[in-house]
Design a protein around this ligand. Structure first.
Ligand code: AMP
Length: 295
């Protein structure tokens, strides 16, 4: 069976109307890699209909970010989705998603969106929640799959769905990494060979943070932040933006790690901005059910 490619909201809504059973949605910006495909495969295993969206959402890019040069390869994406057994590829234009006079902005306010990526990229989450809410309203998925790679986004989207009363289960999926540890990202293609090697310091830093907490039993969050900072500082091609140790659920900055937490970082490698994170639980504590798979 080939993938049905849908480019308009009207056609997508009509196609959705004909679907019976469980509908799964995997929202992406395309230029697909194994991280995306892991979400697609989980959706395929759990749902009767799998819809993947590819939309490079201008509203979530800030001025001076990489909107214009964001990598695209629709032919390859389509082939990968075909192999993965996806039913529908929804690939709307910007005008379809944001028609003239569009005003249906959806925003999650408060600490969850103000810090970390929200502080570094003003307006970013408003762009994300608006487009994801629009997709949820068009597709009415039962399940939607999001990667822990974008840990804050996952939590913001979950809050948005609650806030907007959208009856969708948000399924969190673990970070897929390259064999050498680098978290997969469409943006990795921007890296020169030298930067690609330098970028390894990011996964090395979060891995060391996890080791400190889970093997050495470190609970002082500042010690973990300092360790991350000093590992990244050892790599002159990488400029750290933030290194945070936060509560896994609220993303509030921690003094002491006494429950499930996230160690998050953002950094510039040359001109490419990358993020990474790990889930940690204090030494000896069992990770709660939903987190075990992410850790
Ligand atoms: P993007 O195309 O970058 O917007 O990502 C689309 C979805 O794929 C988001 O839910 C991401 O969190 C997820 N994703 C991206 N990279 C990875 C990865 N390395 N592992 C797991 N999920 C990922």
């Amino acid at each position: 069976m080939s993938v049905r490619v849908v480019e308009t909201v009207a056609e997508m809504a009509a196609a959705r109307g004909e679907m019976r059973g469980v509908v799964g949605l995997v929202p992406t910006m395309g230029y697909l890699h194994e991280g995306h495909l892991s979400l697609v495969r989980r959706a395929r295993a759990e749902c009767d209909h799998v819809v993947v969206s590819i939309f490079v959402n201008p509203a979530q890019f800030g001025p001076g970010e990489d909107l214009e040069r964001y990598p695209r390869d629709t032919e390859r994406d389509l082939r990968l989705l075909e192999e993965a057994g996806v039913d529908v590829l929804f690939m709307p234009t910007v005008e379809e998603v944001y028609p003239p006079g569009f005003g249906d902005w959806v925003e999650v306010t408060g600490p969850l969106t103000e810090r970390l990526e929200g502080a570094a990229r003003p307006g970013h989450f408003r762009g994300v929640t608006t487009v994801v809410a629009r997709l949820f309203r068009i597709l009415r998925p039962h399940r939607a799959y999001f990667g822990q790679k974008d840990a804050q986004q996952l939590r913001v989207v979950r809050r948005m769905a609650q806030q907007e009363g959208l009856p969708v289960t948000i399924v969190p999926m673990p970070i897929i990494r390259e064999p050498d540890g680098l978290a997969m990202s469409s943006r990795n293609v921007y890296l020169s060979a030298e930067e690609r090697t330098a970028a390894l310091v990011l996964s090395r830093a979060v891995r060391e943070a996890r080791r400190m907490v889970m093997e050495d039993g470190v609970t002082d969050a500042d010690r973990v932040r300092d360790a991350v900072r000093s590992i990244v500082a050892g790599q002159p091609l990488v400029q750290l933006e933030y290194a945070s140790v936060v509560d896994e659920e609220t993303l509030a900055e921690l003094d002491r790690i006494d429950g499930p937490a996230l160690v998050l970082l953002a950094a510039k490698v040359g001109s490419t901005r990358l993020i990474d994170n790990v889930v940690v639980v204090p030494k000896g504590m069992a990770a709660p059910e939903g987190l075990r798979e992410l850790a």
